[in-house]
Design a protein around this ligand. Sequence first.
Ligand SMILES: Cc1cc2nc3c(=O)[nH]c(=O)nc-3n(C[C@H](O)[C@H](O)[C@H](O)COP(=O)(O)OP(=O)(O)OC[C@H]3O[C@@H](n4cnc5c(N)ncnc54)[C@H](O)[C@@H]3O)c2cc1C
Length: 412
Amino acid sequence: MTRMRTVQQTVGVIGGGASGLAAAIAAAQAGAAVTVLERLPRVGKKLLLTGNGRCNLANRDRSPAHYHGTVPQANRILAGFDPEAWFREMGLLIRSDSEGRCYPRSMTAASVLDALRIRATQCGAETLCDTRVTDILPQKQGFLLRSDTSSGARELRFDSVIAACGGSAAPSCGTDGSLLPVLERLGHRVVRPLPALCPIPVQSPHLKALKGLRVRCAVTARCGDRALKTESGELQFTETALSGICIFNLSRLAAVHGRSLTLSVDLLPELDAQAVGTLLRTLLTQRGDQPAGDLLTGLLPRRIGEVLLRSCGISVSAPADAMPQQAFGALAGMLRAWEFPVAGLAGFAQAQVTAGGISGQSITRNLESKRCPGLFFCGELLDLDGDCGGYNLAWAWSSGTAAGTEAALFKC
Ligand SMILES: Cc1cc2nc3c(=O)[nH]c(=O)nc-3n(C[C@H](O)[C@H](O)[C@H](O)COP(=O)(O)OP(=O)(O)OC[C@H]3O[C@@H](n4cnc5c(N)ncnc54)[C@H](O)[C@@H]3O)c2cc1C
């Protein structure tokens, strides 16, 4: 039913994270009376951890290739929003690096949270912390939100509601996916949430020896003979897993394909197979009289070289030129394709984002629920996740702003 709006529209925002604060600012700027309901004692806890405390708040490249999930609406929303201009307008200056990653000029995440908090206050948005929303009840007009607060249960009524409660990654930041069953019960399709942008546990007898080492390489995720995706960058070895940004960007595939995935590490991606053979022969000429353990130290950290040599049956203490021809071939092969079968999935506690959430099928092009008009979604709660590099926060700001603007205009 459409009615003339005579009083100020009330908007409830569930979650005071990145997308919730953006939504609150947009709704308040559009004239609504906005209340942010945050379960933790303060808003923006996760934001302070982003980018190792520096907050990689966006990326200049907002092309669809960096996003995954079932929200086709995202491309239009991302393309129509300029995070740098948005922050500049709030008094926050941005710097970007050669890969297009944007950071606050201060290089501290606290500056980003301050900018958002100051702007939300200037716009008149109110915040209720220690308020965990437990149920969303659509009414004839508007919504009733049930919540647990430090002083007991409380019910609040709003004309429209924005669900900005995030995914299930990093649950210590207040995000445990506990509202998903409520939203599912209201008729929304939920794509199973899985951890993404996280280390990938692998099977290897060598992880203990390699723990703590870092190496620049290219990593290909393979399912049988099929190469699914290759990422380049710095790989880090942990006691149970491979980590680093290139691994984070493959972790969504590990979540989907599980143990049928193998990670193939190319330690010399700048060389083809023939050039690797030539390089090894040159090294043998130069250092053949030395222990084999010295052979690769000009290319790789010593411990990595020793693990490779041992895996090929080469004694690290014997002279390098004593290595059999077969072992030479195996070593050349391993330098280009060192295989690590995936052993399982990291937990949400280790993940930066969630793959999965509310399906794009359940929402309109304006991020409004198809089942409950007046209920809007934004941020990581939706089934949309980006690569590592500022893509997820870019989505949080742009989807929050879109949902906030629409929620303020919604008429019961
Ligand atoms: C360690 C780490 C580093 C990261 N670094 C980056 C980075 O540098 N760049 C980047 O682009 N992305 C980064 N991300 C991802 C990015 O932080 C998230 O994608 C983004 O914060 C999602 O925004 P959101 O608003 O959807 O959810 P969140 O920011 O997670 O906010 C959700 C809020 O809702 C609250 N909440 C949840 N349930 C309820 C409830 N029932 N009632 C009331 N409140 C509730 C939570 O307490 C939380 O405050 C990082 C993530 C982590 C964990």
